[in-house]
Ligand binder design. Structure first.
Ligand code: BG6
Length: 606
């Protein structure tokens, strides 16, 4: 998944383009490139490496221009090399194009173009666009016609932007499945993969839909329907975020900032308009079979929700990874498909929801990005209001989604009379106490967690164990360790241990166990059994628990004691510890915290 931006204005846009594409680096940062128009001559600068490195290496900011496009790449087709870096120029040098997505029929197109004498310089799918534009422009002498012809020829997904020396004051762009939006400023227009491409310069956005293309110039813009080629009047979306919110605010990394924002984002989640939640509860109540979807972190959010709906509302809703959904379900008009997605753009989840709609199922979602594809696709959406989550590693967005899903389960339980109003109020009070408890842990325990993580940062293999609802917590906490510290961590239900994994326990395998509060009696005791099994084989156990110091002293190699909380919110507190433990392990190992290698914030390709 990649980042695209472009700008056309009255003044020099090099700096704006740089800021915009740097804001998009979370979408991929293997390599970066820019195309600028110098009067009617296209200048391309591109290389492997992050935006800052490439701009510095090629002195891009010295180049003056009032129109340009830029791209930051997460490799899908073709290795990370300079030749495979966007933008791509046509052989005649009159077109420069950037693209996010996958052109699934690029090979036959490439073969045909090569037969016609076009020379390719990369292994990518995107390069065919530059040569097709040149080819069709030669026959039509009309750029828009040529563009429409290209868009009707290619299959797969795209967000495309290009500039041409034939019309040096215009940017052409289009989208199918990969997100793309316009920034409408005074005497300047932007195109970007998301708001952060131009949020510093305008809060007026126009979100393109699939099958639409747009032509931007300094003073105006037009959006057209690809099929009819008729002009469309699109609403202006006012962006609520400000760029300050999107900045680090004094923290060393976005990941730490976003972990520390969790008291606030949980409060935001609890302050959501009840009516929106009630509409979704209605969908759950009416559906004959409901499914909970997500991928990566949001799959573990869905798994967590499965336990919560089962325990609080006595409803069993399977949690399925979005990419597996199609092969696992029999949907009908009585089905409900609910997904969690921070970005609202993840291809696998978007595809699963489109599949669900094609089967007549109702759809709903909790997302963090307003105006995102999933937010606009589903029948009902909860905008979770967590603010921009810049770090590739999801933290605050996931915990807020878990809180919202807990409230949905509580509301459904109340509606079904599975719990009394008194119990509902008790649960709500527990949730409302959560922000303060987490704030306390962040203030008082993060130093201890930092030291613990540093002490064990040499560990090569971790087992993360949790029983019941602590199992998805273990999975998500393990994913944090893998994503940000690049350390192997396997999340597992505590009960699995004796069925094979015990054989692996030795000095090289350490375990972290998320221990429920003693009030959660059966889970608590079962979890202690898992720990005893490991300790009996002299395995290392870091116990994260809620009982007083020394009560089970011999049980743990190391222990981290948490303040007593109700069983409802205990798993969420355990997850915050897991986030911090992974973060401080990664800082000890000097990892690239906010942009870990090989990852992207949301994968908008298959
Ligand atoms: C992955 C991200 O690409 O996509 C994860 O690295 C994220 O952090 C997952 O959890 C799902 O993304 P989203 O935006 O649908 O929650």
């Amino acid at each position: 998944m990649c980042g695209i931006n472009g700008a056309v204005g009255l003044k020099n846009i090099s700096e704006l383009l740089f800021e915009g594409i740097r804001n998009l680096e979370y979408r991929g940062y293997d390599s970066c490139g820019v195309a600028l128009m110098n009067k009617t001559r296209l200048i391309l600068k591109k290389d492997v490496g992050g935006v800052e490195d490439v701009y510095r290496k090629h002195n891009v900011l010295q180049l003056q221009s009032n129109i340009g496009i830029a791209h930051t790449r997460w490799a899908t087709h073709g290795k990370v090399t300079q030749n495979n870096t966007h933008p791509f120029a046509s052989n005649d040098g009159n077109f420069a194009v950037v693209h996010n997505g996958i052109i699934s029929n690029f090979r036959p197109l490439r073969d045909q173009l090569q037969k016609e004498g076009f020379k390719f310089s990369s292994e990518t799918d995107t390069e065919v666009l530059a040569h097709l534009l040149e080819k069709f422009y030669k026959s039509s002498r009309d750029i828009e016609k040529a563009f429409v012809k290209v868009l009707n020829l290619i299959e797969g997904t795209y967000a495309i932007a290009f500039i041409s020396s034939h019309l040096p004051g215009q940017i052409f762009c289009a989208r199918r499945e990969s997100p793309l939006m316009l920034g409408i400023g005074d005497e300047i227009k932007f195109v970007g993969s998301d708001f952060s491409a131009f949020i510093d310069h305008t809060k007026n956005a126009v979100i393109l839909d699939d099958g639409e293309y747009a032509i931007l110039s300094r003073d105006t813009y037009v959006v057209k329907n690809l099929l009819s080629r008729e002009e469309i009047t699109k609403p202006i979306t006012k962006i609520e975020w400000d760029s300050e919110t999107s900045r680090k605010g004094g923290y060393p990394h976005y990941m730490l900032k976003e972990i520390y924002e969790q008291p606030q984002t949980i409060s935001n989640a609890l302050d959501l308009e009840a009516s929106g939640l009630d509409e979704i509860v209605e969908l759950f109540a009416k559906s004959k079979n409901s499914y909970l979807l997500g991928v990566g972190t949001t799959f573990y959010v869905a798994k967590y929700a499965k336990y919560v709906f089962s325990q609080i509302a006595q409803e069993f809703y399977p949690s399925i990874s979005s990419d597996e959904f199609r092969v696992l379900t029999n949907l009908n008009k009585q089905s409900l498909v609910f997904s969690a997605s921070q970005s609202g753009e993840t291809f696998d989840t978007l595809s699963a929801l489109k599949y669900a709609k094609s089967k007549g199922a109702r759809t709903a979602a909790v997302v963090n990005v307003m105006g995102s594809s999933i937010a606009r696709l589903v029948d009902k959406v909860v905008l979770q209001g967590s603010g921009p989550e810049i770090c590739v590693i999801s933290t605050k967005a996931a915990v807020s989604q878990m809180v919202i899903l807990t409230v949905l389960a509580m509301k459904l339980a109340l509606k079904k009379k599975a719990i009394t109003r008194k119990t509902y109020n008790q649960h709500m009070r527990a949730l409302q106490e959560l922000p303060e408890i987490i704030q306390g842990i962040l203030n008082e325990r993060s130093g201890f967690i930092h030291r613990l993580a540093h002490k064990y940062s040499g560990t090569r293999n971790w087992l993360y164990l949790g029983r019941g609802v602590y199992y998805p917590i273990a999975l998500e906490a393990a994913l944090k360790m893998k994503e940000v510290a690049y350390v192997h961590a396997e999340g597992m239900p505590g009960g699995f241990l004796k069925h094979g994994t015990l054989a692996m326990i030795d000095d090289d395998v350490s375990s972290i166990v998320f221990v429920p509060p003693p009030e959660d009696k059966s889970l608590y005791e079962a979890t202690l059994h898992s720990i005893e099994e490991i300790r009996a084989r002299s395995g290392f156990v870091l116990g994260i628990h809620f009982t007083e110091q020394g009560k089970n002293g011999a049980l743990y190699s190391e222990e981290l004691i948490l303040p007593k909380v109700p069983p409802l919110t205990a798993p969420l507190i355990q997850l915050v510890i897991g986030q911090l433990f992974a973060y401080f392990t990664a800082t000890s190992l000097k990892r690239n915290i906010d942009k870990p290698r090989s990852l992207a914030k949301s994968v908008t390709v298959a």
